[in-house]
Design a protein. Structure first.
Length: 196
């Protein structure tokens, strides 16, 4: 990743521990190094549902502070399009990490209520469209991180298949809206889409 060029918008896809977040952070560091007037905001979408996740989030905060010390962190688990709009400025690069955890939070059933599949699906379509609109409207550069989970076998269980389908649709919409799409594997970037 020696020659990093910050695009207006980039979707970084890959499996777990493929180097997605490292690429996003490297892009933020490159942006900050370009000018003292540049800012970077990291929008974290993870929720700490258990002790292991709390430890993981704390470790990520610490690592991020060391790798990109000038980047501000904002936590937003549900209103992602609004958060992008609120922090987007011409001189500010935004990293969203990650769409997968944001989608998980949106699709989890509310405690004590039965899942309402049709309204939830319609709400998700509206949220996907709002994310695509936020990408298009962003005043400054935007880097979105998401998992590519559709490369394996068809999962058992209707809920898991529905999630894989929903994430696939979200990734496709984000890829369409982004100027660049990068697939990460073993820490190596493969450009799937780019504008010269």
């Amino acid at each position: 990743m020696a020659e990093l060029r910050v695009a207006r918008s980039e979707l970084v896809l890959g499996g777990q521990k493929s180097g997605k977040t490292r690429r996003a952070e490297a892009l933020a560091a490159a942006w900050l190094a370009q000018s003292p007037a540049h800012r970077a905001v990291y929008i974290a979408t993870a929720q700490a549902g258990d002790d292991e996740m709390r430890e993981r989030i704390a470790r990520h905060r610490q690592d991020r502070a060391q790798r990109v010390p000038g980047m501000e962190t904002v936590e937003e688990t549900h209103e992602l399009a609004r958060a992008i709009g609120a922090h987007s400025e011409r001189d500010t690069l935004i990293v969203v990490d990650c769409l997968t955890l944001w989608l998980t939070a949106r699709l989890l059933p509310v405690a004590g209520l039965p899942p309402a599949q049709v309204p939830r699906a319609l709400a998700q379509q509206a949220a996907d469209a709002a994310i695509a609109a936020a990408i298009a409207a962003a005043a400054g550069p935007l880097v979105l991180v998401s998992n590519e989970i559709g490369l394996g076998v068809v999962p058992l269980g209707a809920e898991t298949r529905a999630f894989v389908d929903a994430l696939g649709r979200l990734n496709q919409q984000a890829a369409l809206a982004c100027e660049r799409v990068t697939l990460m594997a073993a820490g190596l970037p493969l450009t799937l889409k780019d504008v010269p």
